[in-house]
Design a protein around this ligand. Structure first.
Ligand SMILES: [Zn+2]
Length: 156
């Protein structure tokens, strides 16, 4: 399942990528273009704009869209996971910042880009070929995982 996320619910973008889902976010994006991208690329629209649901492609069901309830992004994320039956365990296969699939990086590649303490204590690193960020599997990801678990537990 792939997503395109409307500007009004952008806080769910990073967490969905952490869960491993291909999540496109263009800011700003015009409604018509967003619907067209969703149609062409088989993406589900996430939005809290009721106007989009009046469009023929959406009301006919040709392009799937989910209306996110409320203003709290944590509850919105929990809603997406629950209603679309998503995997709720982070996979960390995709850059949270730019959506590019991550590559394994060697320690030598990572060294100039991560804090010295992190380099000394972490074994494995991932690199985003899209934006150049480095990720590591230690405390960084534990924090994200625990945060997501809390949100998903309390959001239902
Ligand atoms: Zn990136």
């Amino acid at each position: 399942m792939k997503f395109i996320v409307d500007n009004n619910v952008g806080r769910v973008v990073g967490p969905l990528r952490a869960l491993g889902y291909d999540t496109l976010f263009i800011n700003p994006v015009e409604d018509g273009l967003m619907v067209e991208i969703a149609r062409q690329k088989g993406r589900t629209i996430l939005t809290k704009d009721t106007g989009i649901f009046k469009r023929r492609l959406i009301s006919s069901g040709e392009v799937p869209a989910l209306y996110l309830v409320g203003d709290d992004w944590r509850q919105q994320l929990a809603q997406v996971v629950r209603e679309l039956g998503l995997n709720s365990e982070p996979s960390f296969t995709r850059c949270m910042a730019c959506n590019t699939p991550l590559d394994e990086a060697t320690r030598e590649q990572a060294e100039p880009h991560v804090p010295p303490y992190v380099f000394r204590t972490q074994e494995s690193f991932l690199h985003c070929p899209g934006c150049g960020r480095y990720y590591w599997k230690g405390t960084h990801w534990h924090r994200i995982r625990e945060g997501l678990e809390r949100i998903l537990d309390s959001g239902g």
